[in-house]
Design a binder for this molecule. Structure first.
Ligand SMILES: NC(=O)c1ccc[n+]([C@@H]2O[C@H](COP(=O)([O-])OP(=O)(O)OC[C@H]3O[C@@H](n4cnc5c(N)ncnc54)[C@H](O)[C@@H]3O)[C@@H](O)[C@H]2O)c1
Ligand SMILES: [Zn+2]
Length: 342
């Protein structure tokens, strides 16, 4: 198992991109470790967890709340888990966000690591140290920024990942390509989802390349004062659509990326919107959708990242080349309400 140590401003994370779950025994002592996972992951991979102390959560975003954190903390107290305890989150973004949050507040912080088991988790949610919970329907309203001690990739978990979660994760992969990596964009254009699902080597290379894109962005701007904002490409309008309609996160940001591409045409002269739309559709993601602009705009206005009358908005200069700038809400409103949006 090869390791890669990534340094952040005041901590570091060791990545094992070609790991095997069984080797966490070399990273953690069984007697002082608790694994946190969810029912879906546990049911599909029970044999991997044998011999470990495991807390199994109910799956789903609705359980990414303080009540779940409290229930886990009560179990840690019952186990008499002390400062030498390690928590390992094995699951999608919900499990790793919760695990990082609980480990950051229990006894004011204990050691933790992640084994992400969704594409979205592998390339996005497990990386960067943001963790937290939802409060009263507000996503990620409460949390900390705290980096895990280790992140181990074992792609055999993906054997049981539902098809919708593959598409969902590939929306973030396409996002990374669009903002930072024109060569990866071209590879994605040449291939398709079934290719990556069947070709372990190609998938592993794609996942580590995406993880490195996010790692570098976070290393340069851990606390989101500058270029970490680029990772929000497609997410401003995307989140507002996601809140309003029953869409996968990946579907909503896919539509959000196309809105941002059209806004980029006006702001930067970006000229490859059709190419981005074609790639999204190739990966079974929606590029266009009709939505109620009034409702979407009213949610967007409430976005917690909003600063006065403008938003920090991510634009494309070209495929693989992005920037962020303050954009007046009125410009976004005008785009959303234009009778012919595209
Ligand atoms: N911390 C961050 O920087 C960050 C970034 C992006 C997203 N997120 C968070 O991540 C969450 C979304 O992550 P997600 O899409 O991984 O969702 P998720 O954790 O809900 O997982 C999606 C579904 O797949 C199931 N699952 C997971 N792995 C599986 C496997 N290997 N086999 C079978 N089923 C499996 C889960 O039980 C769940 O039903 C959101 O809460 C979001 O806020 C956090
Ligand atoms: Zn996202």
């Amino acid at each position: 198992m090869t390791s890669k140590k990534i340094r952040y401003s005041n901590s570091s994370t060791v990545f094992y991109f070609d790991g095997k779950f069984s080797s966490i025994k070399t990273l953690c002592r069984k007697a002082t470790t608790t694994i946190i996972t969810d029912e879906h992951v546990f049911a599909a991979h029970q044999e991997k967890f044998r011999g470990w102390n495991v807390i199994i959560l109910k799956p789903g975003e609705e359980f990414k709340v303080q009540a779940t954190a409290d229930a886990v903390i009560e179990q840690l107290i019952a186990l008499e888990a002390g400062r030498d305890h390690t928590l390992v989150g094995v699951g999608g973004g919900v499990v790793t966000d919760l695990t990082g949050y609980i480990a950051s507040v229990y006894l004011r912080g204990i050691r933790f690591g992640f084994v992400p088991t969704t594409i979205l988790g592998l390339v996005d949610a497990s990386i960067g140290g943001k963790n937290g919970i939802d409060v009263n329907g507000y996503k990620n309203l409460v949390g900390t920024i705290n980096q895990p001690a280790f992140i181990l990739h074992d792609l055999s978990f993906l054997n049981s990942l539902p098809e919708k979660d593959w598409r969902n994760g590939f929306a973030e992969v396409i996002k990374h390509a669009a903002i930072k990596d024109a060569a990866m964009f071209r590879s994605l254009e040449k291939n398709e989802l079934s290719f990556y699902r069947d070709d372990h080597k190609a998938l592993a290379a794609l996942i580590s390349r995406n993880a490195m894109i996010k790692i570098r962005v976070v290393q340069e701007d851990e606390f989101e004062r500058g270029d970490r904002k680029l990772l929000n490409f497609g997410h401003t309008i995307g989140h507002a659509i996601e809140t309003q309609y029953e869409l996968l996160h990946g579907e909503a940001i896919s539509i959000g990326m196309i809105c941002a591409a059209h806004i980029s045409e006006k702001e930067t002269g970006f000229a490859e919107t059709a190419r981005l739309a074609a790639l999204l559709e190739k990966y079974a993601l929606p590029a266009y959708a009709s939505f109620n602009p009034e409702k979407v705009f009213s949610i967007l206005k409430m976005d917690k990242k909003r600063k006065s009358s403008s938003v920090n908005y991510v634009l494309l200069n070209a495929i693989g080349n992005s920037k962020w700038q303050a954009l007046p809400l009125t410009a976004i409103r005008k785009f959303l309400f234009s009778t012919k949006k595209w």
